[in-house]
Design a protein around this ligand. Structure first.
Ligand code: GUN
Length: 292
């Protein structure tokens, strides 16, 4: 049984990005910049945003976090995004989700210049992903595919995958990327009957339901690969996955832990997307973010 060490793979990605940014710096060129917009004070969002800032700093990428008050209006946020869209020093714009109730999330995501959409959430980029055209891919799904690649799961022909969860951020896009890599994909969710039986047929299990220890050992086919996307915090603030790790690891051939699995990969992919957006901006192309 192999532990898929997301922290280690993410560090390798970040080391490479750091080297590239060092070269850019030595050549006296403009440094890539990521701007994160955080509306309100959601504690989980504040932690994510801080981690993103630290990661940028560690690789020498320019970063700025714009912290807006909880009562920020739709119009104020759209005005800010318009300014960032027109600022040539900004390569990536990330509006941390969820946004407060008075903000229309889809309208905000659609206002971001698609070439600066390092989350891959703009409908144009979602559409490109659906037809396998090069674009900025959502960070968590892209990170998951990299984790599978790290254990030799590249061409997924003949493999059955189950994705548990159907969010726009993880479930739907990861299912699409698995499909693009030739897996046979089932998407299960809270309204699915008999998830455990579907799960037992899967060679690859992606657990992204947000339910602590949902996936039990008897759901798992012997030798399956299990990726845990869960990020639920318990009363002590401890991060908990969607998979009963201790039991499932006895049956899986490879499994990702929480913490130290998908989380660090998401941030590494965000940095990579920002660098790719920078390269596209410098080269004058519309969007240079690529496939996995
Ligand atoms: N909130 C949770 N995950 C994400 C993400 O990947 N991007 C953004 N913008 N917000 C999130």
């Amino acid at each position: 049984m192999q532990i898929i060490d997301g922290k280690k793979i993410a560090q390798e990605v970040k080391d490479q990005l750091k080297e590239t940014i060092e070269q850019i710096t030595m050549q006296g060129k403009r440094i890539p910049q990521l701007v994160v917009v955080l509306v309100g004070e959601n504690p989980a969002s504040m932690t994510y945003v801080r981690n993103k800032e630290r990661a940028c700093e560690a690789i020498g990428m320019k970063t700025k976090t714009l912290r807006l008050k909880e009562e920020t209006t739709q119009e104020e946020l759209l005005t800010l995004i318009d300014q960032l869209n027109h600022d040539p020093s900004v390569d990536g714009i990330l509006v941390q989700l969820p946004v407060p109730a008075q903000i229309n999330e889809q309208q905000v995501l659609q206002a971001i210049d698609p070439s600066k959409d390092v989350d891959g959430f703009h409908p144009l980029n979602v559409g490109k992903m659906m037809i396998n055209e090069a674009t900025c891919l959502p960070c968590t799904p892209k990170g998951i595919l990299r984790m599978l690649q790290s254990i030799g799961y590249e061409d997924l022909s003949g493999k059955r995958a189950i994705v548990i969860g159907r969010s726009n951020i993880v479930g739907k896009p990861v299912a699409q990327l698995l499909l693009a890599n030739h897996a046979t994909v089932t998407i299960a969710h809270s309204r699915t009957k008999g998830i455990e039986n579907l799960c037992r047929e899967a060679d690859i299990v992606i657990a992204a339901a947000g339910v602590v220890k949902l996936v039990k050992a008897d759901w798992i086919k012997e030798g399956a690969v299990v990726i845990d996307v869960g990020t639920t915090r318990d009363e002590q603030g401890k991060l908990c996955g969607d998979v009963d790790f201790e039991a499932v690891k006895e049956k899986a051939s490879a499994i990702s832990p929480v913490p130290g699995g998908v989380g660090p990969m998401t941030i590494a992919m965000l940095l990579e997307n920002t660098l790719q957006a920078y390269i596209a901006h410098e080269g004058g192309r519309e969007n240079g973010c690529t496939t996995v």
